[in-house]
Design a protein around this ligand. Structure first.
Ligand code: ATP
Ligand code: MG
Length: 559
């Protein structure tokens, strides 16, 4: 085991360590990540990826990527490709790449074996009849009238199901287990259903498709997976997982369950996220508000911050709700160390320095990252006309307002002290610009006479500014706990109407024209931002706010 494994292991890593110590499977560790290619990966999948690939890495084992592609109607190659891209971006790579559909011939053979052993039969009841016959937790199920079909009849019908002789829903193949089992999953579960559907890999070769429970465990077994890790909902499926492996006498994979990730303000289901995409509520799967891996990437999240987050939340068997702030703080912590600082004015107010010579400009030294000296300095142009944030000026300022106000002095970041002498307004009384004077003696932010100012504000030279669009993102869901949203169409009511605010004509310091997507930048006092990979052009970078400098929701809700 490598050194970067925490000394206190989570319960799954403990099981793996114990198995290695006991020599189970000769000490071999083989995991897999088994997404269904029916959507893009979300942050919940990142937890599973970090766990499965992480265990393989830490214990000298292997991790496969297996597409659980048994549901042709919902699956697509677009998803197969995006899933691979996202896993790699997260910093992981698989040992073997598999598709459950590659196992269709073997799964079919095994189903015939089960029929021959009297352990599977073709049921010709309707879906509703089958459901009704299953019983409940307190009422045992009733046996299907087709349960006693002979082996020959079953083999014949199953072969004809495969050959395409029947319509969808005409027959299913069921395991013959126990209709009175206390485990509902064991009451003659379905193995195959008829679906005349085109599969993105097998084309029209098959018109019967295996159910998840039948395909999953057998795929694990074929790949000799030692630790098959899944989320807690599948705990009730485990008796069936073991039953198939036992009856078929094949490699004994074992299933272990952990609690899924639920995050505040996040929908965590591919199906629901697809609804948002299809309804046009968001700009695709990679909309920066989406909790998808590609959404987080476009938003400016780093792979390392997502991995740190997964490590921090740990792996348990208790279902809970993790605060989005934990993920945000993981990113803030990293970007504070790594992101270079720049100045940008999002809501500009013009300032004219009346005592600064017309036509003159100069370059001021600015530190790129006070947390990292090696990032050095850059030069920021300064001149007679500047922009400051509207918020940084108040005409009737209270005493404790330490920014700019009539007659008061403030420090310009990396620049001079300025004093507001005159407020210029239009005919409607709106403030259009400020006339200020600067003190040439205060270059670098200190007055030789020891005079102090309390506030420092950011600014951008009007002559040199990049004029562009900046998008401020907030949570897509106003509702804190997504589980509170009723099933159905009501998710629209739960959306945050202010999840995207687009600001035009923002003023950015000129060095930002070289920013590239994926490079996090702190706009001083405003937050971390990144160039949007889709909306930007080389002349006109559009910026996304990745995260604010501090958490504002916790403050809001505790007020
Ligand atoms: P969805 O409902 O979003 O489609 P899923 O569980 O059906 O989720 P799969 O593609 O089948 O998605 O999942 C691949 C793996 O990721 C599974 O092992 C699953 O348990 C795991 N996984 C999915 N969602 C989460 C989550 N929220 N937290 C942790 N693991 C998850
Ligand atoms: Mg699924």
């Amino acid at each position: 085991m490598s050194d970067d494994t925490e000394s206190k292991l989570d319960f799954i890593r403990q099981i793996v360590a114990d198995d290695i110590a006991a020599g189970t499977h000769g000490g071999r560790v083989q995991t897999r990540f088994p997404p269904e290619p029916n959507g893009y990966l979300h942050i919940g999948h990142a937890k599973s990826i970090c766990l499965n690939f992480g265990i393989a890495k830490e214990f000298g084992g292997k991790c496969n990527l297996r597409f659980d592609d048994t549901n042709p109607q919902k699956e697509d190659v677009e998803y197969v490709e995006s899933i691979q891209e996202d896993i790699r971006w997260l910093g992981f790579d698989w040992d073997e790449l598999h598709f459950a559909s590659d196992y269709f011939p073997q799964l079919y053979e095994w189903a015939c074996d089960l029929i021959r052993k009297g352990l599977a039969y073709v049921d010709s009841q309707t879906t509703e009849e089958i459901r009704a016959g299953r019983g409940t937790a307190t009422v045992p199920g009733t046996e299907s009238p087709y349960r006693s079909r002979t082996v020959e009849e079953n083999l014949d019908l199953f072969a004809r199901m495969k050959a395409g002789e029947f319509e969808d829903g005409a027959h299913v193949l069921r395991a013959k287990v126990d209709m009175a089992s206390p485990h509902l999953i064991m009451r003659d579960p379905l193995l195959y259903r008829i679906r005349h559907a085109h599969h993105h890999r097998t084309g029209d070769d098959w018109c019967i498709y295996p159910m998840y429970d039948y395909a999953h465990g057998q795929s694990d077994s074929l790949e000799e997976i030692t630790h098959s890790i899944c989320t807690l909902e599948f705990e009730t499926h485990r008796p069936l997982y073991d039953w198939f492996i036992e009856q078929l006498g094949i490699f004994k994979s074992r299933q272990y369950e952990f609690a899924r990730l639920n995050l505040t303000h996040c929908l965590m289901s591919k199906r629901k996220l697809l609804e948002l995409v299809n309804a046009g509520v968001v700009d695709g799967w990679d909309d920066p508000r989406m909790p998808t891996i590609c959404g987080f990437r476009r938003r400016g999240y780093t792979a390392s911050s997502i991995r740190s987050f997964c490590k921090e939340i740990g792996v348990t068997r208790f279902n809970g709700l993790t605060d989005m702030v934990v993920l945000e703080n993981s990113l803030r912590h990293e970007l504070n160390q790594t992101a270079e600082r720049r100045m940008a004015v999002l809501n500009p107010l013009k300032v004219v320095l009346t005592n600064y010579p017309e036509g003159q400009s100069e370059l001021l030294d600015a530190v790129n990252n006070p947390e990292d000296e090696s990032k050095g300095t850059r030069q920021v142009p300064f001149g007679r006309e500047l922009y400051i944030e509207r918020d940084d000026f108040l005409e009737d300022a209270p005493k404790k307002f330490f920014r700019l106000a009539p007659g008061r002095e403030v420090r310009l970041r990396w620049g001079y002290f300025i004093r507001c002498d005159e407020v210029i307004k239009d005919a409607d009384g709106n403030i259009t610009e400020l006339h200020c004077s600067y003190d040439p003696e205060t270059k670098g932010g200190h007055a030789p006479d020891g005079r102090k100012v309390k506030g420092t504000i950011h600014w951008v030279s009007a002559e040199h500014a990049i004029n562009t669009t900046v998008r401020l993102y907030d949570y897509l869901l106003a509702v804190e706990n997504p589980a509170d949203i009723p099933e159905g169409d009501n998710w629209r009511d739960a959306l945050n109407p202010e999840s995207l605010v687009e600001l035009q004509d923002c003023k950015l310091e000129p060095s930002l024209k070289d920013a590239v997507p994926g490079e996090a930048i702190q706009f001083e006092r405003l937050g971390y931002f990144v160039v949007d990979s889709k909306a930007s052009s080389p002349e006109q970078p559009v910026f996304n706010r990745t995260v604010t400098l501090k958490d504002s929701w916790t403050k809001k809700s505790s007020q």
